[in-house]
Design a protein around this ligand. Structure first.
Ligand SMILES: CC(C)(COP(=O)(O)OP(=O)(O)OC[C@H]1O[C@@H](n2cnc3c(N)ncnc32)[C@H](O)[C@@H]1OP(=O)(O)O)[C@@H](O)C(=O)NCCC(=O)NCCS
Length: 175
């Protein structure tokens, strides 16, 4: 879709969808043979960045990452499947959801191991935030994520204001 047309009408969630797969190798694990949390966070950030960029067709930077919980360990030799897509666009920012599965390729067993929400901002060549194309949810799950994203944004912005206030109380400077 041409960018002027997309800005006026929006793009479907499917245009941003990314599926990424990684194999857990020894260098990705701790002493117990489990995937390092930091490595998984890196892959989550990469998958989300690809979805944001695919949607906006601009460079996108990570503005915030919501809490990430690790539901169960992922073992050496397992596959990690990350599915990312844009849930909702606000103005210059957008929420990207990433769902992570671990897969034992020998047995075929797949488990949901994490879900993460990240905020990305589209930037122009001068590195200034720019308005992004709206996203159009169609499927029931897409509509549910779109609606819930607004609540999460409000919580994030409240948290950001609170963090700024605490920072300025502690330092006497503006956050
Ligand atoms: C993210 C960044 C572009 C925001 O720029 P800014 O000058 O603060 O611009 P604004 O305050 O206007 O914020 C731009 C958008 O980001 C959103 N945003 C910024 N910080 C946010 C946060 N912590 N949580 C949620 N949204 C946030 C704002 O709500 C706004 O969204 P909107 O336009 O959709 O309403 C800028 O802070 C930056 O470049 N940060 C570093 C990014 C980076 O290097 N990331 C890599 C990891 S370190």
């Amino acid at each position: 879709m041409k960018s002027e047309e997309a800005l006026a009408t929006g793009k479907p969630v499917s245009d941003s969808q990314v599926e990424m797969a990684e194999l857990v190798l020894p260098n990705d694990t701790n002493q117990l043979g489990n995937l390092l949390g930091g490595r998984l966070m890196h892959w989550i950030d990469i998958a989300a960045a690809m979805a944001a960029t695919r949607h906006s067709n601009h460079v996108c930077v990570t503005a915030a990452v919501d809490e990430i919980s690790f539901l169960h360990p992922i073992r050496l030799g397992e596959l990690v499947i990350l599915k990312a897509s844009v849930n909702r666009v606000f103005n210059t920012s957008m929420e990207v959801g990433v769902k992570v599965y671990s897969e034992n390729a020998l047995s075929g067993e797949r488990k949901h191991s994490n879900s993460a929400f990240l905020t990305f901002v589209s930037i122009d060549a001068g590195r200034n935030p720019i308005k992004s194309v709206p996203v159009i949810p169609k499927l029931p799950d897409e509509v549910r994520r779109y609606e819930q994203a607004l609540f999460r944004r409000e919580q994030r912005l409240k948290h950001r204001e609170e963090a700024k206030r605490l920072w300025s109380e502690g330092t006497g400077k503006e956050g």
